[in-house]
Write a protein that binds this ligand. Structure first.
Ligand code: COA
Length: 362
C-alpha cells in the first residue's frame, strides 16, 4: 500500500465530491456547478436546496424548503431546559454542541436523510438566539413563522423584524459560507459519518471542530485586530509588531486559496453596496491593503491575502451582531454544507482510517 506522511493531511485528497469545488490558485468557488458570484442574490433556502439536492430549485421547491424549515424551528421543552441549566460562563458554541448532541434519538439514526438535515438546520438559529438571550438576561422569543430563515434568525434576538438591508447582508454572508469543500469541520462530520454513526453525532463533531480559532473563530480575532488598530495611522505599527513577534494576522491566509478568497471579494462588494462613508468600513479597507503589503514584505512567497473571515467580521460589525455570535452564525450557515457532506459520504461510504508514523522509542 502507498504510504506517505503529510502534516495536517496537506495535499491529500480524502474524498470525491460533487458538492463544491475550490480553485485556490484562481480564487474560484463553485457550488454544484455554479460560481459563487452567480449565487450572491440567492436566498438561504434556495442555496440550501441546491447543496442538498444538487440542482437549482423551482419556485415551489424553494417554498417547500421554506415551509419545512419553518415547521422545525421550535425548541422542545427539554432543549430549553438544557439551555437554562448550562453554566452561565459556557460559550454559545459549546451550548449549541451540547443541545445538538442531546437530539441523539432514533429519528436521527443511520442512514442520514435530507429531512433530518432540514430539521437540524432549522433549529440551530433558535438554539443560538435562545442561549444568547438567556445569558444576556434578555426576553426570550419564539420563532416567527411568517419570516424567512435569515429574517427569523435576526428577529429572535430582539423580537423585532430586521430591515431588508440588514437581513440581506447577513443572507449574503450565510449563502457564501454555507459550504467550502473538505474543510476541517466538514472532514470531522464525514469521519464520524463514515463509521455509520448518526447525523446528530456527525454534526456534534463538526460543531466541536468549528469552535477552534483557526477555523470558525477567526472573525472575533479580526474585530480584536481592528479594535487594537483603532485608527488608520496605527495600522502599520500594530501589524508590523505582530508579524515580528511571529503572530498570525486573523482574517488573512488560507490553506487552499493562494490568491484572494472569492467569498471575501463578494462580501466586500455587498458591504460597499449597502454602506457609504462608514468609518469602520474605511478602516477595514485600509487595514486590508496595509496588511497585504506587509505580509508580502515580511512573509515573502507565502501568498497571503484576505480570507472570508476578514469581511465576515466587517459585515457582522456593520449589522451590529456582537462578536460572541460570529462563530455561531457561521455555524448556522455551514450546517447546510456539513449535512450535504454527510449525505454524500453515506451514499458511497468507506470508513476513514489513516495511519500514523511512529517516531517514539522502540
Ligand atoms: N498572518 C501571518 N502569517 C501567516 C498567516 C497570517 N494570517 N497565515 C499564514 N502565515 C504564514 C505562517 O506563519 C507560515 O510562515 P512560515 O513559512 O514563516 O512558517 C506560512 O505563512 C504558512 O502558514 P501555515 O499556517 O502553514 O499555512 P496554512 O495554509 O497551514 O494555514 C491558516 C492556513 C488559515 C490556518 C493560516 O493562514 C492562519 O492561521 N490564518 C489566520 C487565522 C484565520 O484567519 N483563519 C480563518 C481561515 S478561513
Amino acid at each position: 500500500m502507498f504510504c506517505m506522511f503529510s502534516e495536517g493531511l496537506k495535499g491529500i485528497v480524502a474524498a470525491q465530491t460533487s458538492i463544491s469545488h475550490i480553485d485556490g490558485k484562481e480564487g474560484i468557488l463553485i457550488y454544484r456547478g455554479y460560481e459563487i458570484g452567480e449565487l450572491n442574490h440567492m436566498s438561504f433556502e434556495e442555496a440550501a436546496f441546491l447543496l442538498w439536492y444538487g440542482y437549482l430549485p423551482t419556485e415551489e421547491d424553494a417554498m417547500e424548503i421554506k415551509k419545512k424549515l419553518n415547521t422545525y424551528r421550535e425548541l422542545t421543552p427539554a432543549m430549553k431546559a438544557i439551555l437554562h441549566s448550562l453554566p452561565e460562563e459556557m460559550d454559545i458554541m459549546s451550548a449549541l454542541r451540547t443541545v445538538i448532541s442531546s437530539l441523539g434519538i432514533p429519528e436521527y439514526n443511520w442512514k442520514p436523510t435530507i429531512e433530518q438535515s432540514l430539521r437540524l438546520t432549522a433549529v440551530i438559529p433558535t438554539i443560538i438566539a435562545y442561549r444568547f438571550n438567556i445569558v444576556m438576561n434578555r426576553p426570550l422569543f419564539e420563532p416567527d413563522t411568517e419570516l424567512s430563515h435569515v429574517e427569523n434568525y435576526l428577529y429572535m434576538f430582539t423580537g423585532k423584524s430586521p430591515s431588508k438591508a440588514v437581513a440581506d447582508a447577513l443572507e449574503t454572508y450565510m449563502v457564501l459560507t454555507m459550504e467550502h469543500g473538505m474543510n476541517a469541520s466538514a472532514f470531522s462530520a464525514r469521519v464520524t459519518a463514515s463509521t455509520e454513526s448518526d447525523l446528530v453525532s456527525s454534526i456534534t463533531s463538526a460543531i466541536g471542530t468549528m469552535k477552534g480559532p483557526l477555523h470558525g473563530g477567526a472573525p472575533s480575532g479580526v474585530i480584536d485586530l481592528l479594535n487594537e488598530i483603532g485608527v488608520a495611522e496605527k495600522a502599520e505599527n500594530v501589524i508590523r509588531k505582530k508579524l515580528l513577534k511571529g503572530e498570525k494576522l486573523m482574517g488573512f491566509g488560507h490553506r487552499v486559496y493562494k490568491t484572494h478568497d472569492p467569498r471575501a471579494i463578494a462580501l466586500r462588494k455587498k458591504l460597499l453596496e449597502n454602506k457609504g462613508g462608514d468609518p469602520a468600513l474605511d478602516l477595514a479597507l485600509f487595514v486590508e491593503k496595509k496588511a497585504i503589503e506587509l505580509l508580502a514584505e515580511m512573509k515573502p512567497g507565502r501568498s497571503l491575502y484576505t480570507n472570508v473571515e476578514f469581511y465576515a467580521a466587517a459585515i457582522m460589525k456593520s449589522i451590529n451582531l456582537p462578536s460572541d455570535l460570529f462563530t455561531p452564525t457561521f455555524t448556522a450557515a455551514r450546517i447546510v454544507g456539513w449535512t450535504a457532506h454527510v449525505l454524500e459520504q453515506a451514499e458511497n461510504n468507506t470508513i476513514f482510517r489513516p495511519q500514523s508514523e511512529y517516531i517514539g522509542k522502540r
